[in-house]
Ligand binder design. Structure first.
Ligand SMILES: [Ca+2]
Length: 201
């Protein structure tokens, strides 16, 4: 019942029953596919025919970001792999277990698979993760804060974005964020909040 095929551009994956404890003997598979995988094929053809190794068009990959993670260490696991062959040992990227929220994971092609397996005793809360389709070598579009504006519109490794808020709003958080090699922004995008108005006596 928990075999799920998901498409880009983004979504949420949770363990069964979340935020209530997962079941014993669970075996759940998710396969995430970028919205436009055909792009990948075209890219490869273009590269071969031009004899160039430069990539003008970006390859869509899947970025998985964990928000909560609580599995029985060593006995209940979440395996994350590259591609669409769930459970294929050759494509395993990480086997995750325990109660530490893992770092984000980025696939190397347009598909990513997840396999959640539990044993016959002791259940914990499980996990919650979000996935997002991004261009390979980028961090994905973090968006623009409400009542704010953004300078910069590219999201590749090393790119920096600057944020500003409209008059009467003040910026909470980081004014600039940089896309790191891990495909993670150096901080979350800031928010613009209404400036506190002093009460007139
Ligand atoms: Ca267990």
């Amino acid at each position: 019942m928990c075999d799920t095929y998901l498409r880009g551009p983004s979504g949420v994956i949770t363990s069964p029953n979340y935020p209530v404890q997962y079941d014993n003997n669970a075996y759940c598979v998710w396969v995430i596919t970028a919205l436009n995988p055909a792009k990948v094929g075209l890219q490869e053809i273009w590269c071969k025919s031009s004899g160039s190794t430069k990539f003008n068009r970006a390859i869509p990959v899947i970025k998985l970001t964990f928000e909560e993670f609580d599995l029985e260490r060593g006995y209940d696991t979440l395996t994350v792999g590259d591609g669409g062959q769930a459970g294929d040992q050759k494509t395993v990227l990480y086997v995750l277990t325990g109660t530490t929220v893992p770092d984000l994971i980025v696939s190397t092609n347009h598909q990513m698979w997840l396999l959640f397996q539990t044993d016959s005793v002791r259940n914990l809360l499980g996990f919650k993760a979000t996935y997002e389709e991004i261009d390979q070598g980028s961090c994905g579009d973090p968006g623009i804060p409400a009542y704010g504006k953004r300078e910069g519109s590219t999201f590749r490794h090393g790119d920096t974005l600057k944020f500003e808020c409209q008059p009467a709003f003040e910026l909470k958080g980081q004014k600039t964020i940089t896309c790191q090699k891990s495909s993670q922004w150096s901080a979350q995008k800031p928010v613009c909040v209404c400036k506190s108005v002093r009460r007139l006596l």
